[in-house]
Design a protein around this ligand. Structure first.
Ligand SMILES: *Cc1c(COP(=O)(O)O)cnc(C)c1O
Length: 423
């Protein structure tokens, strides 16, 4: 798969190089030069097949020129070794559960695949530092995905005091090749620090840096698989519209790429918190990032979504074409609390705040599927307050929360981060 930069000023590179580099040298994001469009018959032949089979077929079409069939099967079997249940709530509405990986959130798809891709393509003699800024779930998924992968180290930047206790426990209790750094500032500050480090040539000569944020194309490709799988799950001929709880918009970009590949999807609903930069763009044509505001769905609190650049590229900058495929809606914390209560009452379904936003997006747009991106237990305080019922903590999470934590604290200044990276 030949990859080019959204800004058009970098050389085209093979996918394996885009995986290692993360951000393109011109500051843009890597995108596939061409997304192969598979004919309807190809998709129909995959109908009813299990998730790993759909994933392998899509992977073969996308990156089969760079990896052998055996490598792709090994990659999928190793990284995506958990179920993807589709739960039917009623005649019109089903939920695709993406939180059955080791960190109980959908970011396991991207992070685990990326870690194994990097292990496949990088020269183990040169140690690799994975730098990741997180508003919660990315950090745990990336830390868990790279934990003990030889020749790699992970540095996780997160806003001090702004991630949930369980999220924090998941990336601060590992130790070994995982360093957790609490930044006194917002997620946007963390993202800026990471971008600064990647732009610092002196630093990059000393430390072999790479990214595992949703800016990495290596994370987006595996996310395409569940869109293909979910679309094929609906009865043939039904209009499949998928509601995606969106923050940095990597998930939605993966969905649009699956659609471009010909997956039988009629449209998307992008549902956000009050951090509504993209819905405002869709309505007005102006992209005006704002500082992020904290909400109950903290993994979606992004004021300046990086993947917007990819979204624009996918539509050639045509906002009207984007609006034809993507509806959007914005949801407050009050609505989220009520939605969690309603899902529990109406369907006996326990949803976390991010999933509740996807549900609200589905109602607003008449979508037939919505994505559940985190396990309710990761946000049990909010969920218990909304429903009045106890949410049991899965055993693996309960054990993690009790382990000792290793954290370094810094201010939002590039110098302090550079010192840690060179340590
Ligand atoms: C990261 C995250 C999102 C938002 O996904 P994007 O790809 O950033 O739009 C939604 N829900 C959960 C639980 C997340 O961790």
């Amino acid at each position: 798969m030949i990859c080019i930069s959204t800004r058009g000023q970098s050389l085209a590179v093979p996918f394996r190089e885009a995986v290692l580099t993360g951000l393109a040298p011109d500051g843009g994001l890597y995108v596939p030069d061409v997304i192969p469009r598979c004919p309807d018959a190809w998709w129909q032949a995959l109908r009813g097949r299990p998730f790993p089979e759909v994933a392998a077929a899509m992977a073969e079409r996308l990156i089969g020129d760079e990896f052998s069939t055996a490598e792709l099967h090994g990659l999928i079997a190793g990284a995506l070794n958990f179920p993807v249940p589709i739960v039917r709530l009623d005649q019109q509405l089903s939920v695709v559960e993406l939180f059955h990986g080791p960190t109980f959130a959908f970011k396991d798809f991207g992070a685990r695949t990326l870690a194994r891709l990097m292990a496949l393509v990088h020269d183990a003699a040169e140690p690799l530092t994975v730098l990741v800024a997180t508003s919660g779930d990315t950090g745990s998924a990336v830390a868990q995905a790279f934990f003990r992968v030889p020749g790699t180290r992970v540095v996780v930047l997160y806003p001090d005091g702004q991630v949930s206790d369980v999220q924090e426990a998941q990336f601060t209790t590992l130790g070994e090749n995982v360093t957790a750094v609490a930044v006194s500032g917002s997620f946007d500050d963390c993202q800026r620090l990471a971008k600064n480090a990647f732009a610092n040539d002196t630093l990059r000569r000393r430390v072999k840096l790479t990214s595992a944020n949703s800016i990495s194309l290596g994370r987006l490709v595996p996310q395409m698989f569940y869109y293909g799988y979910a679309a094929l799950h609906a009865p043939a001929g039904t209009r499949v519209v998928i509601s995606v709880p969106s923050g940095n918009f990597g998930n939605l970009v993966a969905g649009v790429m699956a659609w471009k590949m010909g997956a039988p999807i009629a449209g998307f609903a992008a549902a956000t918190t009050v951090n509504d930069t993209v819905p405002r763009y869709l309505a007005t044509g102006r992209f005006e990032p704002r500082p992020s505001v904290p909400t109950l769905a903290n993994a979606m609190d992004v004021g300046n979504p990086s993947n917007f650049e990819r979204l624009q590229w996918l539509f050639g900058g045509d906002r009207h074409a984007m609006r034809e495929l993507i509806a959007s809606s914005v949801h407050t914390d009050d609505e989220v609390t009520r939605a969690i209560a309603q899902l529990s009452r109406r369907y006996n379904y326990t949803a976390d705040p991010h999933t509740a936003i996807a549900y609200l997006g589905a109602l607003a747009a008449g979508a037939s599927l919505f994505l559940a991106t985190a396990h309710a237990a990761k946000f049990r305080d909010v969920v218990e307050r909304a429903t009045g019922a106890t949410v049991p903590l899965p055993e693996a999470l309960a054990a993690t929360v009790k382990r000792p934590r290793f954290v370094q604290k810094i201010g939002p200044t590039p110098g302090e981060l550079a010192a840690i990276l060179q340590a």
